[in-house]
Design a binder for this molecule. Structure first.
Ligand SMILES: *[C@@H]1O[C@H](CO)[C@@H](O)[C@H](O)[C@H]1NC(C)=O
Ligand SMILES: *[C@@H]1O[C@H](CO)[C@@H](O)[C@H](O)[C@H]1NC(C)=O
Ligand SMILES: *[C@@H]1O[C@H](CO)[C@@H](O)[C@H](O)[C@H]1NC(C)=O
Ligand SMILES: *[C@@H]1O[C@H](CO)[C@@H](O)[C@H](O)[C@H]1NC(C)=O
Ligand SMILES: *[C@@H]1O[C@H](CO)[C@@H](O)[C@H](O)[C@H]1NC(C)=O
Ligand SMILES: *[C@@H]1O[C@H](CO)[C@@H](O)[C@H](O)[C@H]1NC(C)=O
Ligand SMILES: *[C@@H]1O[C@H](CO)[C@@H](O)[C@H](O)[C@H]1NC(C)=O
Ligand SMILES: *[C@@H]1O[C@H](CO)[C@@H](O)[C@H](O)[C@H]1NC(C)=O
Ligand SMILES: *[C@@H]1O[C@H](CO)[C@@H](O)[C@H](O)[C@H]1NC(C)=O
Length: 417
């Protein structure tokens, strides 16, 4: 009996001091992803309450990173490692559909869908995360003239103007998960411009602004023009026309007339897709939904923006393609687009920690390289702050113990047995 109590006591000490699990993030949709310095930083999103469907969800303020080896190639797979950074995101309100951008070495985040955590009007909703800090954490930051909460919008940083551009999105004045769509008053067309040096917002209601929308993508071209693609309009108007490209000039703060794309192919309308810009001026649009659970037949579409008018093409994919995703994240690193999380139709995307990777190096031949299952970080050890109920030790992986502690414990345990 004495031995048993002592052992239990030891195990409790153990549990309180070390989390022995390797970290692997769970499934989610509507999360954020930012690439910086060989890591992708992921945060938030709706988490499923059940393992195999999305019938119950809750927003999250989890934050974690994925190591991506410098100029990685496919032999580097074992170097993809997850790291749990949630101890740095306790200041975030659990969220999904938030907007983020990278400003030099800081991530800026604004607003989102907070579900039942919905903050009252005029709540401060700007957070910064300083990637170059030695002890980084998300910091809630008061700014001047901050707009009220907008979800499913976007932030675009132009390092030539020093401004961040936030256009459209949906006013999160109701639980949109329950109501679904939006009426015109939910979709403002205001261009909100935030200056990174003064911390001041300027809101422009420009007369020729396009129709309000949400769940679109925004891509800054090298010319200083922001290209807006797709998204959902009001319930009555459905989805944005993919053959009409809306563009905003950050050099003179005007909307350009909508451009009708050239060529005969126009991709399926979509929302909650992703868009990344290649070095040779292709926008790679991927995934999204059309309001049904049916995956898109032309999930991958390429917009050539090096000619006027822009031209859509259907890429020549020379490999087997993974099941397309929606509400996912995509990040372009070198010649590879890394796709993570999201839904696949009405299902949870296969393997929450499974990454789909598209090689975009050759405009005439796109290939999906095999999915990568990132390795958990074997050395990750979190001390004291985490309390775990006793009796669950069997779930933990003991392999990664600090060896000296392991030896001491074995000695102690042996003494009792
Ligand atoms: C791929 O990465 C491995 C390991 O880092 C390296 O040895 C190899 O030369 C790389 N191959 C190419 C084609 O870059
Ligand atoms: C990640 O870290 C947070 C905060 O330290 C902790 O509460 C959480 O349990 C960790 N998650 C996993 C899956 O280890
Ligand atoms: C929010 O701020 C605006 C402008 O300062 C003010 O007119 C409005 O009354 C405020 N709303 C609330 C709920 O405090
Ligand atoms: C500014 O941003 C562009 C990408 O939009 C990047 O290529 C360039 O290196 C950046 N310039 C500086 C000084 O960071
Ligand atoms: C812009 O229009 C919105 C309504 O869409 C209004 O609430 C806001 O006050 C206007 N802002 C300016 C600066 O006129
Ligand atoms: C604004 O700048 C864009 C280029 O960024 C140009 O195409 C457009 O004509 C300019 N508009 C005005 C009103 O000067
Ligand atoms: C994009 O258009 C330009 C101009 O027509 C052309 O030179 C280039 O090859 C096109 N790029 C791709 C990837 O098709
Ligand atoms: C594993 O996590 C620890 C602690 O967060 C970190 O110091 C270390 O660099 C990580 N190792 C790898 C390979 O990412
Ligand atoms: C194990 O823990 C001891 C004491 O805390 C420390 O000195 C040692 O560096 C640790 N070893 C490893 C491999 O983490």
């Amino acid at each position: 009996m004495y031995k048993l109590i002592s052992l239990t006591y030891l195990l409790i000490i153990f549990n309180n001091n070390f989390v022995l699990t390797d970290f692997i993030p769970t499934s989610r949709w509507g999360a954020n992803a930012i690439y910086f310095n060989n890591k992708i930083y992921y945060g938030g999103g709706y988490l499923p309450l059940y393992p195999d469907n999305w019938r119950g969800t809750q927003p999250s303020n989890e934050f974690f990173s994925l190591d991506v080896p410098p100029s990685f190639n496919l032999t580097d797979r074992s170097k993809f490692v997850w790291t749990n950074l949630s101890s740095q995101s306790t200041n975030l309100i659990p969220f999904a559909f938030s907007s983020q951008c990278l400003i030099e070495d800081k991530i800026m985040m604004f607003g989102g869908d907070f579900d039942k955590y919905l903050p009252p009007a005029n709540t401060t909703l700007v957070w910064f995360y300083d990637l170059s800090s030695s002890s980084p954490s998300w910091v809630l930051t008061k700014t001047t003239g901050q707009p009220n909460d907008l979800e499913s919008g976007s932030l675009v940083y132009n390092n030539n103007t020093g401004n961040i551009y936030m256009w459209a999105g949906k006013l999160s004045n109701k639980n949109t998960l329950l109501t679904g769509g939006a009426s015109p008053e939910d979709l403002p067309t205001t261009m909100n411009i935030f200056n990174k040096d003064t911390n001041v917002w300027t809101s422009l209601n420009l007369t020729n602004a396009p129709e309000g929308r949400y769940d679109f993508t925004s891509t800054l071209l090298r010319s200083g023009i922001i290209v807006y693609i797709g998204g959902q309009l009001t319930d009555a108007n459905g989805f944005a026309d993919m053959s009409q490209i809306n563009m905003y000039s950050t050099t003179n703060d005007t909307w350009l007339p909508a451009m009708t794309t050239g060529g005969s192919y126009v991709p399926s309308t979509r929302a909650r897709h992703t868009a990344v810009l290649t070095k040779d001026d292709r926008i790679i649009v991927y995934g999204g939904h059309t309001g049904t659970d049916k995956p898109l037949s032309d999930a991958l579409a390429i917009l050539n923006v090096s000619q006027i008018p822009f031209v859509w093409t259907q890429p020549n994919v020379v490999t087997f393609a993974p099941s397309p995703r929606t509400f996912h994240t995509s990040v372009l690193i070198g010649d590879f687009m890394i796709v993570a999380f999201g839904k696949s139709g009405k299902y949870i995307a296969s393997g929450s920690d499974d990454l789909d990777i598209l090689d975009v190096s050759d405009p005439s031949e796109y290939s999906w390289v095999n999915s990568i299952m990132p390795k958990p970080n074997k050395t990750n050890k979190i001390s004291t702050t985490v309390t775990v109920k006793s009796g669950t030790t069997s779930n933990y992986n003991f392999v990664n113990f600090n060896l000296s502690i392991m030896v001491i414990l074995l000695v102690i345990i042996q003494n009792y047995l």
